[in-house]
Design a binder for this molecule. Structure first.
Ligand SMILES: Cc1cc2nc3c(=O)[nH]c(=O)nc-3n(C[C@H](O)[C@H](O)[C@H](O)COP(=O)(O)OP(=O)(O)OC[C@H]3O[C@@H](n4cnc5c(N)ncnc54)[C@H](O)[C@@H]3O)c2cc1C
Length: 394
């Protein structure tokens, strides 16, 4: 999903507005952007104020005339007639700006363009950084197959995996969100759904129109994410770190929540089989801002670009510019430099203790609460029907 509104945060708002503009206008990206608008929904006293705040924010935006407060299910359905659940007590905001992007196709286009411009991609899993004998510089990486790569500048942009390569001093935590798809086979129904707004319920999750080629609707349940704490060696030191695990299965709790979301909003889809279930690993900072900065100990060679905090994809057309500036030795403008700095004083521990409230977040190792086991035939695990590719193989 691509959106431009972010509850008053100046940094995210500025870059997300630039990103929306790029998705609309950049010839490389605009083909993949579907500006359907977005319905933000809520139905509990805790969450309705969140969307009310969003509405207030949007009421000063340049397109405020098209923004709508939706006070009940009937009004919501004028923007999304395909929502057939009773949705009693639901409130909503319609924002015509934003929509969804076909992520895989956008990534492919970008990759092809990079190749055209002379980039060479190599396949491999980095398992450690190579340090100069003086220890003041990172000069390369070593891959799982033993290959070593050396460079003058190294950018670690490995998302949730970064903590397995370098000690991030508690600034990041890897968490998985879960998703699955239902397939709409009827061509007529697919046609009717074309162009309908993204539906984002702050409590239950989100989905949007079917993939035009396959009829697959991606459905994600909303929750604070599961960790996977393991005792591992990072730079030769033992640490407890949340480590991404590749899986084509999702916890039983997630599949229940996905079905529950559909039952509330689109009951006709609630009993369809779930396909292509995935765990999707992100990494959160304590303040949800990115961490894009030279590493303070190896500033001349090592640049970190991580901490996307669940809102990184939409920045695809614009975020690389900032990383490229750092590679070229330029300073970011002070606001961005300050916001995306190395900041170990902001430990994610506080955020985790919020997320571990009973029934909210959790750790994958807590099979009883989460309902997932790291094995292929767990009775409580929902398995996808399709082949699994590890993230580093894409
Ligand atoms: C279910 C779900 C839905 C989401 N929806 C949205 C959305 O609607 N809009 C939005 O803006 N964001 C969304 N996000 C968040 C978004 O996907 C992330 O913020 C974004 O992908 C982070 O980008 P990244 O480049 O930092 O990391 P990643 O996208 O994780 O990329 C890291 C890359 O590094 C590779 N890598 C990792 N370790 C190694 C290693 N050791 N060696 C070699 N390669 C390695 C990985 O394979 C991967 O390709 C969603 C996330 C989830 C989980």
């Amino acid at each position: 999903m691509v959106r431009s509104e972010f509850a008053g945060d100046q940094v995210i708002q500025r870059i997300s507005q630039a990103a929306v503009h790029a998705w609309r206008t950049d010839s490389l990206f605009k083909l993949h952007f579907h500006e359907t608008g977005r319905l933000s929904l809520a139905n509990s006293p805790i969450n309705v104020p969140e969307i009310l705040q969003l509405y207030q924010e949007l009421s000063t935006s340049p397109h405020r005339d098209q923004v709508r407060w939706l006070d009940n299910a009937e009004e919501i359905k004028t923007f999304a007639p395909y929502l057939t659940g009773a949705m009693t007590g639901w409130k909503g905001v319609f924002n015509p700006e934003g929509g969804w992007v076909h992520a895989r196709n956008a990534m492919k286009t970008l990759g092809d363009e990079c190749v055209k411009m002379g980039v060479t991609f190599v396949r491999g899993t980095a398992i450690k950084l190579i340090y100069h004998a003086s220890d003041l510089k990172v000069i390369g990486i070593e891959c799982a197959d033993g290959t070593k790569w050396f460079a003058d500048k190294i950018v670690l942009a490995c998302g949730a995996w970064i903590d397995t390569l370098i000690d991030m001093q508690g600034q990041l935590v890897a968490k998985t969100w879960t998703l699955a798809h239902v397939q709409i086979r009827d061509e007529d129904e697919r046609r009717k759904l074309k162009g309908t707004p993204v539906v984002f319920d702050v409590e239950k999750g989100f989905f949007f129109e079917p993939d035009h080629d396959t009829g697959m609707v991606k459905v994600c349940n909303e929750y604070p994410g599961f960790t996977n704490y393991q005792h591992i060696l990072v730079n030769g030191k033992e640490k407890w770190v949340s480590v991404p695990v590749h899986s084509d299965s999702i916890p039983a709790r997630s599949s229940r929540e996905i079905h529950d979301l559909l039952r509330s909003m689109k009951p006709e889809w609630a009993n369809l089989p779930l396909h292509n279930a995935r765990m999707c690993w992100c990494t959160d900072t304590a303040d949800s801002h990115y961490l894009i900065t030279p590493h303070p100990d190896y500033a001349s060679t090592l640049i970190l670009a991580s901490g996307a905090s669940g809102h990184g994809f939409k920045m695809l057309p614009i975020i690389g510019k900032y990383v490229a500036d750092l590679v070229e030795g330029k300073k970011l403008e002070p606001l961005f430099q300050e916001t995306w700095r190395w900041r170990p004083e902001m430990n994610v521990g506080k955020r985790l203790s919020d997320d571990s409230r009973p029934g909210i977040g959790g750790d994958l190792n807590d099979a009883e609460q989460v309902g997932w086991k790291d094995e292929t035939q767990s009775a409580t695990t929902y398995h996808s029907a399709t082949t699994y590719h590890s993230a580093t193989e894409h």
